[in-house]
Design a protein around this ligand. Structure first.
Ligand SMILES: NC(=O)c1ccc[n+]([C@@H]2O[C@H](COP(=O)([O-])OP(=O)(O)OC[C@H]3O[C@@H](n4cnc5c(N)ncnc54)[C@H](OP(=O)(O)O)[C@@H]3O)[C@@H](O)[C@H]2O)c1
Length: 360
């Protein structure tokens, strides 16, 4: 039986779901994957990090959170107010990082992930910030340390996009990707496609709890840009900055533009696209790009595009997300699924954990 010692940083919606699932599914995980996961440390912003060498009791932790008691009320724990120091002192085999890392500087997740990788821990993360801003660096660090860094939940939440590309499509050469990667924006556009204007679509999304009071991260495209940067690093091995992504949000789209598209048999969608181009702007194969003989660039765009109904993305409605992956072999793979939710994000982290356990 494989034994994995897990450090969990971030014990909010996603972290608690993951911990609870590891507890309730413990017997099944042992039977199915031959792995025992022991949660040795948990951290939050307000509680710092708690550690217990022989494992924390997950129901006790969940009860402490539910009754708003401090986590260090858990029996026989060592406590650090500084999470990074706690992580350095206690380590583990895997870090599950589920803090609310920002897109501005990737912190606190970025420092936690770097520290864990540097001390030889595998890492699974649901935080977009660190992977968007330093994805390639972190992946290189993981490779240098001979450990895995997995991030399924960062793009389309737990819908298996990255593992489809990495494992399922291993051996194909991916030359382009385009996708609907933000459920809130797609919900607003779907509402607009039914005859409403942008303000009405946003109000409806807010009323349903799908859009924040300040929706700018979604509607201006920042969230989709972050996911685009993660795909650039994870799929194309290229480090792009947010400024290198051509970005247009949906706030200026009018009811008339939606109606015009409809009259032409098209649907307007907010789409992230990545494709390999030669310096004169023509599309090149991945093989050519990888050979390095011809200089190439990775074009990255986030913008509204009108698609004919024959395009798979045209029919993705509401909160659904989808990604279309194009390879050198003239083959197109489309993955469709939910792009948000505590269950989905936690599931992505669980799948990443199991993938690491299976490779041990
Ligand atoms: N929820 C989803 O549907 C979803 C989907 C995909 C990806 N994600 C990503 O997953 C991550 C976690 O999301 P969530 O919904 O679980 O967020 P959340 O409910 O706000 O929980 C965040 C957790 O991180 C902790 N935290 C914040 N700063 C910290 C620090 N400096 N050190 C240690 N812990 C810290 C918080 O502690 P306190 O409670 O003490 O503040 C809290 O326990 C985010 O990056 C989010 O973008 C979420």
């Amino acid at each position: 039986m494989k034994q994995l010692r897990l450090a969990l940083l971030g014990f909010g919606t996603v972290g608690q779901w993951l911990a609870e699932t590891l507890h309730t599914q413990q017997a099944w995980l042992q039977q199915e994957f031959n792995v025992v996961v022991t949660l040795i440390s948990v951290a939050t912003a307000h509680n710092g990090l708690i550690y217990r060498d022989d494992g924390l009791d997950i129901p006790t932790l969940l009860d402490l959170v539910a009754t708003r008691q401090p986590l260090n009320a858990h029996p026989r724990v060592t406590h650090w107010t500084n999470v990074l120091e706690g992580l350095q002192a206690t380590g583990g085999d895997i870090l599950a990082e589920a803090t609310g890392a920002t897109l501005r500087n990737g912190e606190p997740g970025l420092s936690y992930i770097r520290t864990a990788l540097a001390q030889g821990m595998h890492v699974v993360t649901s935080s977009k910030g660190p992977m968007a801003l330093a994805g390639l660096d972190l992946l290189s660090l993981a490779r240098a340390q001979s450990v895995q860094l997995r991030m399924e939940s960062t793009v389309m939440s737990g819908t298996p996009v990255l593992s489809t590309i990495r494992e399922g499509m291993a051996g194909t050469r991916i030359r382009a990707i385009r996708g609907i990667l933000n459920g809130t924006v797609n919900y607003i556009l779907s509402t607009m496609a039914m005859g409403h204007d942008y303000a009405e679509g946003l109000a409806e999304a807010q009323a349903q709890g799908y859009a924040e009071a300040d929706p700018s991260d979604d509607v201006e495209g920042d969230d989709t840009v972050a996911k685009t940067l993660i795909l650039a690093a994870a799929v194309f091995g290229r480090a792009l900055t947010p400024e290198q992504v051509v970005r247009h949000g949906i706030t200026t789209l009018s009811r008339e533009q939606m109606q015009q598209a409809d009259a032409l048999g098209k649907r307007i969608k907010h789409v992230a696209s990545l494709r390999l181009l030669s310096m004169d702007g023509t599309e090149v194969s991945r093989e050519t790009a990888d050979s390095g003989i011809v200089p190439t660039l990775l074009e990255a765009r986030v913008e509204p595009i009108a698609f004919p109904l024959s395009d798979p993305l045209a029919r993705i409605d509401g909160l659904l997300n989808a990604i279309v992956i194009q390879t050198d072999t003239p083959q197109q793979v489309t993955v469709i699924g939910p792009g948000a939710g505590r269950f989905q994000a936690g599931q992505g982290m669980l799948a990443d954990l199991i993938a690491i356990a299976k490779s041990q």
